[in-house]
Design a protein around this ligand. Structure first.
Ligand code: S3P
Length: 448
């Protein structure tokens, strides 16, 4: 089991540098899975090296794609929407919730059966949210019943006829559920209309439209109407921009430890993903996107933290749509809140309880390790900031959750001695180069 030993960052040695983070994990999954449905080969560049995207890459091969590496890019020869191949073995989704939920929708209309499974953490994650609306479309999906929910392994299909379109208001703002239903809707008979309760990430809508899917978006409503559509999806190239969720750890490190300009280049700044920048601005740590440009259907910019950006952090409240737009960044924002003056409140974040770990509980436990006072609430946290002096060096158990391990490593820069973070292997699911990037900026982390 991997542990990180993190040294405090001396104030006289501010972090400095220019880093590239891996390609966005959410867009990477979509680039891979949607390329399977393309009638023409797709050249994918910028794909992240995390294990989660690797699961989607292997899955599409099991479903009939051929994947080649060509000069730093991968070229995916898809099967096309109508010609997926029946997998000869169950598909291992590892730790990746996005792989399992998106695949469930993707294969729901097929005449063959698919079995999807994952690791111990994935085997506890709720799947009813996808299975229930898919069943209304006529899909046949079975999973393991556990308590009030259904968990992996899942077996999907076969179905004899076609799926039916669906009119559905999503009970949670989940881009995974929305995408699973849109993928199923591609091969359904009749129109599908989905209404989201919050601003879930919209990478699927952007990419599917680019590929020729008959999809329209009107505010929180997404309609996919295949009547009169020839069923062809195609795209030549997808360039995956940098992952804002990975960049958030480096940005927070620059804010907390002090910096002399830290730049994360070519980051996806899709507004459904930049809630953390709005929270940081509200905490008096302005990080401005620079040189914003359009790239392959997503807005891209460089994120620059300037000297003194974190000198006077103040507490804030994260609630409502902002929580949705910053959902994966709550652990690292909580670490920033630990150094802000006042009490930061996180609300409307019950979804965090069903991520790779119960992130309300694991974030609270991580902060307490550093001597921070935290109140755990059903839907969030109240974090009492400790802006003055060093924090107590901690011994953190990351609970196999990559975002808890990285948030702890960042907060450890403000401690009064060496912090130990156990169970940090899963950092490799999203950001295998995290320690290297932190080291490049000037931090000291030993991996043991
Ligand atoms: C993701 C959607 C979010 C997010 C996850 C990735 C996606 O989950 O937390 O890390 O790629 O669609 P939900 O859709 O379950 O909210």
């Amino acid at each position: 089991m991997t542990s990180f030993l993190v040294e405090p960052q001396p104030r006289e040695r501010p972090l400095v540098g220019h880093v590239r983070v891996p390609g966005d994990k959410s867009i990477g999954h979509r680039a891979l899975l949607f390329s399977l449905l393309s009638d023409t080969p797709v050249r994918v560049t910028g794909l992240g090296d995390g294990a989660d995207n690797g699961r989607s890459a292997k899955a599409i091969v099991q479903l009939g794609a051929r994947v080649e590496r060509v000069d730093g890019a991968i070229v995916i020869h898809g099967a096309g929407l109508q010609a997926l191949r029946a997998p000869t073995a169950p598909i291992d989704c590892g730790n990746s919730g996005t792989t399992i939920r998106l695949l469930t929708g993707l294969v729901a209309g097929q005449r063959f059966a698919t079995t999807l499974f994952g690791d111990e953490s994935l085997s506890k994650r709720p799947m009813r949210r996808v299975l229930e609306p898919l069943a209304r479309m006529g899909a046949v999906v079975t999973g393991k019943g556990e308590g009030a929910d259904v968990v992996p392994p899942l077996t999907i299909g076969p179905i004899a006829g076609r799926l039916r379109g669906l009119d559905y208001a999503l009970p949670v703002a989940s881009a995974q559920v929305k995408t699973a239903l849109l993928l199923a809707a591609l091969s359904a008979e009749g129109r599908t209309r989905l209404v989201e309760p919050g601003p879930g990430r919209d990478h699927s809508e952007r990419l599917l439209r680019h590929m020729g899917a008959p999809l329209t978006v009107n505010g929180r409503e997404v309609v996919l109407d295949p009547s009169g559509w020839d069923g062809h999806l195609a795209i030549d190239a997808i360039d995956v921009p940098g992952d804002p969720s990975s960049s958030a750890f480096l940005i927070a490190a620059a804010i907390l430890a002090g910096c002399d300009n830290v730049t994360c280049a070519d980051i996806c700044v899709n507004p459904t993903r930049t809630g953390f920048l709005d929270v940081l601005a509200a905490m008096n740590a302005l990080v401005e996107p620079q040189a914003e440009r359009a790239g392959g259907g997503e807005p891209i910019a460089d994120l620059v933290v300037t000297r003194g950006a974190g000198d006077a952090l103040r507490a804030t409240e994260i609630a409502g749509d902002l929580t949705v737009r910053a959902i994966d960044e709550i652990p690292i924002l909580a670490a920033v809140a630990a150094r802000a003056r006042g009490t930061t409140i996180v609300r409307d974040a019950e979804e965090l309880r069903v991520k790779e770990s119960d992130r309300v509980a694991t974030t609270a436990a991580m902060l307490r390790g550093f001597g921070i006072q935290v109140e755990e609430r059903p839907d969030g946290l109240a974090i009492e900031g400790q802006p003055d002096g060093a924090l107590k060096a901690a011994h953190v158990h990351a609970a196999g959750d990559h975002r808890i391990a990285m948030a702890a490593a960042v907060l450890a820069l403000c401690a009064d001695g060496q912090t130990r973070i156990d169970d940090a292997d899963n950092v490799a699911t999203s950001y295998p180069g995290f320690v290297a990037a932190m080291t490049r900026l000037g931090a000291t982390i030993h991996v043991v």
